[in-house]
Design a protein around this ligand. Structure first.
Ligand code: FES
Length: 55
């Protein structure tokens, strides 16, 4: 599913980035431009990261 419409980023893209070491929203922004336009995807992207890295 698309998480970030502005940059065409999917939940799979976020999971792949997490597997490569992305641990916070800033890491996702740096890697995929998530939440760098309208910002509406920020909370959804954070939730996907949290599910992936529960600590
Ligand atoms: S939906 Fe991600 S920045 Fe707009």
């Amino acid at each position: 599913m698309y998480v970030c419409i502005c940059h065409s980023v999917t939940d799979r893209d976020i999971i792949k980035a997490a597997e490569k070491g992305a641990a916070c929203l800033q890491d996702l922004s740096d890697a995929l431009n998530v939440a760098t336009c309208c910002g509406r995807c920020a909370s959804c992207a954070k939730n996907i990261l949290k599910e992936r890295n529960p600590q």
